[in-house]
Write a protein that binds this ligand. Structure first.
Ligand SMILES: *Cc1c(COP(=O)(O)O)cnc(C)c1O
Length: 406
């Protein structure tokens, strides 16, 4: 196999995002294929017992051992993600939840403590609230928007601060630089779930975070096909993760890694187009504020409660918008039943626009009081905007609002 075909500083300066998304990390085989090869292999053969011995002794010396440890198609995807994120290391996982679980469990041990923002993806909440405590890792959940709450929750044994920004489903933001400072002063690592911002609009490592996780199921595949995840961080951290990873088998399938590589090639185009449409749909919803829409939450709008922070740490809005209808669950369901183009689904980041009613789906498990504390009212809807013609989406939501409140 040849080396990655473009040195990262080809013309004396880092290559652009889109160039890396297309060329980054390619390992060409002896056939010199243009498109990345899909290596569906469990194992690798050695020229000699001496070579096998050497490879087991020092995995960093190049060459592969077993696809639970590493695989060339995954290696290409991981290298491309590293370039995109500016990370020293990356490991691709079977799903976003495998990424979150491995990212935390690879370094936490009994007696440690985690501070996490309460506004978390449902399964992340399970990991922090139910799973980690079974292994003696305690946690404190706080309002991630409140820096004093982060400061107060820190204990001498706090080893991780974990959050999403923007969060699901209300698109609240956490000040990444400020929380990183608080965490580091207390000797903790910052682990951030960057799914909603995407690597196109937010670079948490540059803001001070230590570890970034993605569900690549979302914008990185971007076309609703495969589950996947990735964890990115320093060489030192990824080494620790690698030990956990290779022995517990949380890795991504090579087939899915190949799909993700192809997804990355168009990531920037898709995310920019979807974000531009989301801004238009958000404006159309906001224009109906006295006609049935009570709240519009979009980080790209000046009326977002944390608009200044959005400007400081994000380079774009998001491909998601949350909004609330007057009339609670009945109005929300009427709205959903009236939609013709936008599909009802709890997934997001797809080329197809998808909408969900968090109170009865993704956040059904929460107690009503906890839902209220997160701003998830019965009239709240979360829309993931796809690649359809924006005017069609605006007509779809406008007609559905009329149907819901009429
Ligand atoms: C979807 C999602 C996950 C979980 O990812 P899977 O690929 O479904 O396991 C975690 N965090 C966020 C913010 C997500 O949107």
């Amino acid at each position: 196999m040849t080396k990655p075909n473009l040195p990262p500083d080809l013309y004396g300066a880092p290559l652009g995002l889109e160039t890396n998304l297309v060329h980054g990390g390619i390992l060409r085989s002896q056939f010199a294929e243009t498109s990345e090869a899909l290596f569906l292999t469990q194992g690798y053969v050695y020229d000699s017992p001496e070579q096998a011995e050497a490879r087991f002794k020092d995995e960093s010396g190049g060459g592969f051992i077993y696809s639970r440890y590493a695989n060339p198609t995954l290696a290409m995807f991981e290298e491309r993600m590293k370039l995109l994120e500016g990370a020293e290391g990356a490991r691709a996982t079977a799903s976003g939840m495998a990424a979150v679980t491995a990212a935390l469990m690879c370094f936490l041990k009994a007696g440690d403590h985690v501070v996490a923002a309460r506004a978390l993806f449902g399964s992340c909440l399970y990991v922090v609230q139910d799973l980690l405590p079974r292994f003696g890792v305690t946690s404190t959940l706080i309002d991630g928007r409140d820096l004093d709450a982060w400061r107060k929750a820190m204990r001498p044994n706090t080893r991780a601060c974990f959050f999403e920004s923007p969060s699901n489903p209300c698109l609240d933001l956490v000040d990444i630089a400020a929380v990183s400072k608080i965490a580091h002063d207390g000797g903790a690592l910052v682990v951030i779930d960057n799914v909603f911002a995407t690597p196109v609009y937010q670079s948490p490592l540059k803001l001070g975070a230590d570890v970034v996780v993605y569900s690549t199921t979302k914008h990185i595949d971007g076309q609703g096909r495969c589950l996947g995840g990735v964890v990115l961080g320093s060489d030192k951290y990824i080494k620790e993760l690698h030990t956990f990873y290779k022995h517990t088998g949380v890795g991504m399938s090579p087939f899915n890694a190949w799909i993700m590589l192809k997804g990355l090639e168009t990531l920037s185009l898709r995310v920019h187009a979807q974000c531009a449409s989301t801004a238009k749909v958000a404006d159309a919803l906001a224009a109906m504020k006295n006609q049935g829409v009570t709240r519009v939450l979009y980080p790209g709008r000046p009326d977002h409660p944390q608009a200044d922070l959005a400007k400081r740490q994000m380079t774009g809005g998001s491909t998601l918008v949350a909004f609330e209808l007057a009339g609670g669950k009945a109005a929300a369901f009427k709205f959903l039943n009236a939609l013709k183009i936008i599909k009802i689904s709890n997934n997001l980041g797809d080329t197809k626009s998808l909408i969900t009613h968090p109170a009865t789906t993704t956040h059904q498990r929460l107690k009503p009081d906890d839902r209220a504390a997160l701003g998830i009212s019965d009239g709240l809807l979360r829309l993931s905007v796809g690649l359809e013609t924006p005017a069609d989406l605006i007509t779809d939501v406008t007609e559905a609002v009329k149907a819901a409140v009429g």
